[in-house]
Design a protein around this ligand. Structure first.
Ligand code: ATP
Length: 300
């Protein structure tokens, strides 16, 4: 369990994080979204024990992370700008990781060769940007972390590799309850990985949601009514977050149980009734009402 309480961090006069609260359950995959300068990297570095917060506490399994070497041995951070020892080969980097992470698993490293298919004798700085990112994942996953912190990890990876890495993350979460915290600008990119999403804006966490709940009870529907009075009857029955008219077709975002909603709509026998796919981005924007506009600016 990761618990962040009232954490603030300022650089010179620049407030990067302001009284932020956050908790992440063991074995979950938490997506941290936000605009440029929202404070994501700063928060991730605080979580990884790289920065000390000016105020507030951050605890992992009840212990502070900053300057806590035994705890840091269980946490791996992949930053957005990768760092490898100068001129090192992948093999040489494995030695460095082994010395730092006592849970290093050489057998897993060998097995993952099948996935990454890069010769461990190659010098890392001569690899492409995407390949260097693959090496970072290869080393991180072979270190068997309990907590994996990823800052913009998907940039530069091709679609096949993205999927392979997502699968490896799922495997570690399912088999060993690894916790993953992952920052991104793009909700669409992480919506199929994360079970929780937090949105940061100007150093604060403005929303935090569990995705299953959110997706399960929000529907996008379009209807053409047989009689104008049917609309009033249906509107009285449904919890509508958003509506829009396109000619004779009405489009709604509604909250509630799918079966109940379908039943209510079918009872008025509309001329047209379709359930449409709803992206997580739309759910966030419509759900948040007043601050929706702000979120829209952050997400789009
Ligand atoms: N080392 C630093 N020195 C001074 N200011 C910093 C430092 N690191 C971050 N900041 C400031 O803190 C704020 C938050 O930056 P941070 O890098 O955490 O944002 P971010 O959400 O990761 O942004 P991006 O999406 O652009 O990577 C910014 O205003 C930034 O200028």
């Amino acid at each position: 369990m990761i618990k962040v309480q009232q954490v603030s961090k300022t650089f010179d006069k620049e407030v990067a994080i302001h009284q932020l609260q956050l908790s992440v359950k063991k074995g979950s995959i938490y997506g941290l979204l936000g605009s440029n300068g929202a404070g994501k990297t700063t928060l991730l570095k605080i979580l990884a024990g790289i920065y000390r917060p000016d105020q507030g506490t951050i605890q992992i399994d009840g212990e502070p992370i900053y300057e806590n070497v035994p705890l840091k041995e269980r946490v791996v951070f992949i930053p957005d700008s990768l760092y490898f020892l100068p001129q090192s080969t992948i093999q040489q980097m494995t030695k460095y990781y082994q010395s730092f992470y006592p849970n290093w698993n050489q057998e897993r490293f060998e097995r993952l060769k099948q996935v990454f298919q890069i010769d461990p004798k190659r010098k890392i700085h001569r690899l492409s940007k995407g390949m260097q990112r693959q090496v970072a994942f290869w080393l991180a996953l072979s270190s068997m972390p309990d907590i994996l912190i990823l800052d913009e990890p998907i940039d530069g990876l091709d679609p096949v590799m993205r999927q392979k890495i997502k699968n490896l993350l799922f495997q570690d979460v399912a088999e060993r309850e690894m916790t993953v915290i992952i920052s991104s600008h793009n909700l669409r990119e992480i919506e199929d990985i994360c079970d929780h999403v937090g949105i940061m804006h100007k150093g604060k966490l403005i929303i935090e949601k569990e995705l299953d709940d959110l997706k399960a009870d929000t529907l996008k529907i379009q209807i053409a009514y047989a009689k104008p009075e049917d609309e009033e009857q249906l509107m009285a029955d449904l919890k509508v977050l958003y509506q829009e008219k396109r000619g004779s077709i009405s489009l709604y975002i509604v909250k509630g149980y799918e079966e109940e909603i379908i039943q209510k709509i079918e009872s008025i026998k509309p001329l047209v009734f379709d359930l449409l796919p709803l992206t997580l981005e739309e759910i966030f924007i419509y759900e948040m009402g007043d601050i929706g506009y702000e979120i829209e600016n952050v997400l789009l």
